[in-house]
Design a protein around this ligand. Structure first.
Ligand SMILES: NC(=O)c1ccc[n+]([C@@H]2O[C@H](COP(=O)([O-])OP(=O)(O)OC[C@H]3O[C@@H](n4cnc5c(N)ncnc54)[C@H](OP(=O)(O)O)[C@@H]3O)[C@@H](O)[C@H]2O)c1
Length: 309
């Protein structure tokens, strides 16, 4: 639900240059296709050349409004500095012109309990998620902000967080730690970037039917799987991409597509008196959510100490 009724910062991606990290599959690819069909010049970025080439072919096979073009660039966002991303934007601009919109979408998620057997890879999983989801996205956003502010023309930046960046559950502690960080970044950076004509958004989607989510689901601890299936519908990448594009084009600061997370964001309706009522109701819902998680953990997180040990 992109509920910002009073937003005044509308734009369209038609005729603009849109750069998307993680654009070779899943949500990033669906978003790239959508922008291409609307007539944007699209640069997709990820690590694997073969997947990028295949994605470009898929995108080109869509019918596009006049001006739709696509190219790819290779980069690992988990292993770069801000300057590397500024240089990447420069390379993208050499062929397609100034970058107007950056979507920091590349991310990785592995649900894991913190206590139990077979946790030898926990350090590695933590480092991969922090370096890609948090450091990678922040470096993209900071570099994009610097580049967009430098010529005074501004632009749009969207960081793809997750509903797990607003509320969490057992199994998602580490993933959520990386995704909650986007909201903290937004709280300060939004105002600084606005001063330079750059609109920063954070998107908090729920579960999406993507290769990444299918792989994640295969390895999910039972308690996480149970809560996921009770509380979250799985959306198509196309519907989630459409919601994200609508939020970016409207200049919505916090974009969501699920009811509970949509109530948690700052200013869900954009109308202060209504937001005050929503905030009061949300406190009650949060208390219920916390109680629900307490019971789910009690029933479904295995107890390691057997009775009598
Ligand atoms: N799917 C969900 O249910 C869900 C829900 C909420 C939020 N999200 C978020 O939405 C975003 C997209 O998720 P998805 O499900 O579409 O993921 P996905 O299917 O796993 O696709 C991830 C994309 O990111 C690229 N990528 C991964 N690590 C990268 C790195 N270090 N540097 C550059 N590119 C990298 C991948 O290509 P290479 O591997 O070739 O680099 C691929 O193009 C993520 O930020 C995810 O956390 C997803």
């Amino acid at each position: 639900m992109a509920w910002n009724f009073f937003c005044k910062a509308k734009m369209s991606v038609a005729g603009k240059h849109v750069l998307i990290t993680g654009g070779s599959q899943g949500l990033g690819l669906a978003f790239a296709k959508l922008c291409f069909t609307r007539g944007a010049r699209v640069t997709i970025v990820s690590r694997t050349k073969a997947k990028l080439e295949q994605a470009c072919d898929e995108i080109r096979s869509q019918s596009s409004a006049a001006g739709g073009k696509v190219q790819y660039l290779e980069m690992d966002v988990s292993n770069m500095k801000c300057i590397n991303f500024s240089q990447l934007m420069g390379r993208a601009a050499d062929t397609f012109g100034r970058v107007d919109v950056v979507v920091a979408n590349a991310g990785t998620g592995v649900a894991k309990l913190l206590i139990g057997p077979e946790l030898s890879d926990l350090d590695e999983l933590m480092e991969a998620q922090i370096s890609t989801n948090l450091l990678g996205s922040l470096r993209c956003a900071i570099a994009a902000g610097q580049v967009m502010a430098s010529d005074g023309q501004g632009g749009r930046i969207c960081i793809v967080s997750s509903a797990a960046g607003l509320i969490s559950l057992p199994g998602y502690s580490i993933y959520s730690a990386t995704k909650f960080g986007h909201r903290g970044f937004l709280a300060g950076a939004y105002h600084e970037l606005r001063r330079h004509g750059v609109h920063l958004s954070v998107y908090y989607p729920g579960s999406i039917n993507t290769p990444g989510f299918l792989e994640e689901k295969r390895q999910m601890p039972p308690v996480t799987l149970r809560i996921e299936s009770q509380c979250s519908d799985v959306s198509s990448p196309e519907s989630v991409a459409a919601m994200m594009l609508s939020g970016i084009e409207r200049g919505t600061r916090e974009i969501t597509n699920e009811l509970l997370p949509s109530l948690v964001v700052d200013s869900p309706t954009g109308c202060a008196p209504v937001d005050a009522i929503v905030a009061a109701v949300t406190q009650l819902i949060r208390a219920g959510w916390s109680q629900y998680l307490h019971l789910m953990a009690k029933w479904y997180v295995p107890n390691l100490v057997r009775q009598g040990d």
